[in-house]
Design a protein around this ligand. Structure first.
Ligand SMILES: Cc1cc2nc3c(=O)[nH]c(=O)nc-3n(C[C@H](O)[C@H](O)[C@H](O)COP(=O)(O)OP(=O)(O)OC[C@H]3O[C@@H](n4cnc5c(N)ncnc54)[C@H](O)[C@@H]3O)c2cc1C
Length: 511
C-alpha cells in the first residue's frame, strides 16, 4: 500500500475494532465520536503533509529495506541528515496542529528496537533483529501508526517489578507456549493508543535477572483479543461536546489523547516478539528509546511555542498593546527560549552517530539536556503568553451565552478590541492560548519522555565528570600538563621553581 493521506488514515481505522472505554462506556466507533475526532485529526496531519510537495523532503524518506518512498514516521534513520529532518518534521507538525500529533513515540520505539535487537542477537545468537526487520517492513508498507508503549503503571516505585503486590502493575510474560508468549499487565499514559493500528511495547526500566519475565518487547494489533483501552481524561475535555468555540483547539485537541492499556492473557506469536527475558538489554533499550524521544521535545514543543508566540502577538495587537515595550520584550524572551531549545535539539541530531546496526542515534547527553530545558522553558513561555493574553483566558463565557439573544449582543460588544479584530476572533485566540497554556500540555512537557529526575540521572551518567575533574586538576597544576610544559619548554616543576626564585630575588617588577 502507498503512503496514506490524512483521510485514508482515518478511514483505515474503521477496519479495526479495539475495545475502548471512556467515562464508563464502551465506544463503538472512535472515528465517529466527537470526543476523539480532534486526536484523530492531529495524527492525520502526520499522514497528510507527506503528500504536499513543499513538505515532501521533510515528511518522507527512502526505506533502507525496500527502496520505496515511505512516511518518515516509519523510517529507521540512516544518516545524520535523517536525524535533522526528523526534528524539523516535529517542529513543522507542532506548528500545524498546536498540540501533540502522537506518532513520534512509535517512531522512536521502532528505531530503538532496531538498534538494540541487532546487539542482542550478536550476544545471544537469537533472531530478534530479522523478525523485527520483517515487522518494520510491514509497518512501512502499510503506513501503520504503532503506539509506543513503554511506561508501566509501576505501583510502588520503591519495589522491583517482581516484588509488587499486584503483578499487573507491570506488563509481564505469564507463560511461554510453543508458538509464542502469553502476557498480562498494564501500560499507562499511552499517547494515541486508541487511534493507532498497532501497539509496540518496550520495558519501562532496567530489569534484573529476577525480573526477566518483565524484560519484554513485542508488537500486536490494537484490537488483539485481551487488550482493553481506557481513554484518559484531559483538562476541559468534554468542552468539545458543549460547543466548538469553547474547546480552544477544536481541530486538533489538547495533548495526544492518552489511554491506559490493560493486557489480560494476551497471546503474542514469536514472530512479533523482540525481547523476552534478556534483562541485560533492558537498560540499553530504555536509554536508546529515551534518547530519541527526549530529543524530539526540542522540535514539537518549539513548534507549539511558534503558535503560542504568534497568538500572543496577535492578541496584543487586538488589545491595542502591540507596541508596548514590555510586550515586545516578553515576546522576544519567548522567542529566545524557544530557539534555545531548538538549538539543543538540532545539536542532538548533528552530533549523532552510527550504531553497529547501521541506524543512526542522537547524542544522548544533549538529548537529555534538551528535554530538561523543555521541562522548565515550556512553563516559562506559557507563563509569558498568559501574561500577555490577560485573565480572560480563564473567565470567558461559553459559546452558548454568546449565541443567546439575552446576553450575546452585549457580550460581543464587551469583548471587542481594536478596529479590524472581530470579537469572535479575539475569543477564538484567547481560547487557544487557554488550551495551550492552562491545560494538560504543561505536565506533558514535564513528564512526557520521563520526569526531570530521569533526565538528570542520564546527564550525570554521561557528563564525563571524571574528565572534567582531570581538566580542573590540569589547570590547577595538580596533574601534569604536557601542553603547558611544551609552551614553557621545561617540566612544570622546574618552571615553577624558577618562577619562585625570581619572585624571591625580586627580578620581576610588578608594581
Ligand atoms: C501526556 C503524556 C503522554 C505520555 N505518553 C506516553 C507514551 O506515549 N508512551 C509511554 O510509554 N509513556 C508515555 N508517557 C509516560 C511518561 O513517560 C511518564 O509520565 C513518565 O515516565 C513519569 O512517570 P509517571 O507519570 O508514572 O510518574 P512517576 O513515576 O510517579 O513520577 C512522579 C515523581 O516520582 C519520581 N519517581 C518515580 N520513580 C521513582 C523512584 N523509583 N525513586 C525516586 N523517585 C521516583 C519522579 O522522578 C517524579 O518526580 C506520557 C506521559 C504524559 C504525561
Amino acid at each position: 500500500m502507498a503512503m496514506m493521506t490524512g483521510k485514508q488514515y482515518i478511514e483505515s481505522l474503521r477496519a479495526l475494532k479495539p475495545e475502548v472505554y471512556f467515562l464508563g462506556q464502551k465506544i463503538r466507533s472512535i472515528v465517529d465520536e466527537p470526543m476523539f475526532q480532534p486526536h484523530l485529526y492531529g495524527a492525520a496531519m502526520t499522514y497528510e503533509l507527506a503528500h504536499h510537495p513543499e513538505y515532501e523532503e521533510i515528511m518522507t524518506a527512502t526505506s533502507h529495506l525496500t527502496g520505496e518512498r515511505i512516511n518518515r514516521f516509519t523510517h529507521v534513520h540512516q544518516r545524520i541528515d535523517d536525524l535533522v529532518k526528523k526534528v524539523r518534521m516535529m517542529r513543522l507538525l507542532g506548528q500545524k496542529t498546536g498540540t501533540c500529533f502522537q506518532r513520534c513515540v512509535g517512531l522512536d520505539g521502532l528505531n530503538a528496537i532496531y538498534v538494540i535487537t541487532y546487539d542482542l542477537d550478536r550476544k545471544y545468537g537469537t533472531d530478534y533483529h530479522e523478525r523485527f526487520k520483517k515487522y518494520l517492513r510491514e509497518v512501512q508498507e502499510n503506513d501503520w501508526m504503532p503506539a509506543g508503549a513503554m511506561t508501566d503503571a509501576r505501583g510502588d516505585r520503591s519495589l522491583r517489578p517482581s516484588k509488587q503486590k499486584h503483578p499487573g502493575v507491570y506488563l509481564h510474560i505469564k507463560e511461554r507456549v510453543k508458538d509464542g508468549i502469553i502476557v498480562s499487565g498494564t501500560k499507562a499514559h499511552i499517547t494515541g493508543a486508541i487511534n493507532s493500528h498497532e501497539i509496540l511495547t518496550m520495558p519501562t526500566r532496567t530489569m534484573t535477572e529476577e525480573d526477566r519475565d518483565y524484560a519484554l518487547a513485542f508488537a500486536i494489533p490494537v484490537d488483539t483479543k485481551g487488550v482493553t483501552l481506557v481513554f484518559s481524561r484531559q483538562t476541559n475535555d468534554t468542552r468539545r461536546l458543549d460547543g466548538v468555540l469553547d474547546a480552544g483547539n477544536p481541530k486538533y485537541g489538547i495533548v495526544g489523547g492518552e489511554a491506559v492499556i490493560l493486557f489480560k492473557d494476551v497471546f503474542v506469536p514469536w514472530q512479533r516478539v523482540f525481547m523476552a527475558g534478556e534483562a541485560d538489554f533492558t537498560t540499553p533499550l530504555v536509554e536508546t528509546f529515551a534518547g530519541y524521544h527526549r530529543s524530539n521535545y526540542g522540535g514539537c514543543k518549539v513548534g507549539l511555542a511558534d503558535v503560542v508566540i504568534g497568538g500572543s502577538s496577535w492578541i496584543a495587537e487586538a488589545h491595542g498593546i502591540g507596541n508596548a515595550s514590555h510586550i515586545v520584550d516578553k515576546l522576544t524572551e519567548m522567542i529566545a527560549m524557544a530557539e534555545t531549545c531548538w538549538s539543543c535539539t538540532l545539536a542532538c541530531s548533528y552530533e549523532g552517530y552510527q550504531t553497529p546496526s547501521g541506524a543512526y542515534h542522537i547524542h544522548p547527553l544533549l538529548a537529555n539536556v534538551t528535554k530538561l530545558n523543555i521541562t522548565r522553558m515550556v512553563y516559562e513561555w506559557m507563563r509569558l503568553g498568559q501574561d500577555i493574553a490577560g485573565g480572560k483566558i480563564i473567565t470567558l463565557p461559553s459559546e452558548k451565552d454568546l449565541n443567546s439573544p439575552a446576553s450575546g449582543p452585549m457580550l460581543e460588544e464587551c469583548f471587542s478590541g481594536k478596529d479590524g479584530f472581530p470579537p469572535r476572533d479575539i475569543i477564538k485566540m484567547l481560547r487557544l492560548i487557554e488550551n495551550m497554556s492552562v491545560g494538560a500540555g504543561l505536565p506533558e512537557a514535564m513528564h512526557g519522555a520521563g520526569s526531570p529526575a530521569a533526565q538528570k540521572i542520564m546527564i550525570a551518567r554521561r557528563s564525563g565528570i571524571e574528565k572534567k575533574t582531570e581538566l580542573a586538576q590540569s589547570v590547577a597544576g595538580i596533574r601534569r600538563d604536557g601542553y603547558f610544559e611544551a609552551i614553557v619548554g621545561k617540566e612544570e616543576k622546574a618552571h615553577w621553581n624558577e618562577v619562585r626564585k625570581k619572585i624571591e630575588e625580586r627580578k620581576v617588577q610588578i608594581y
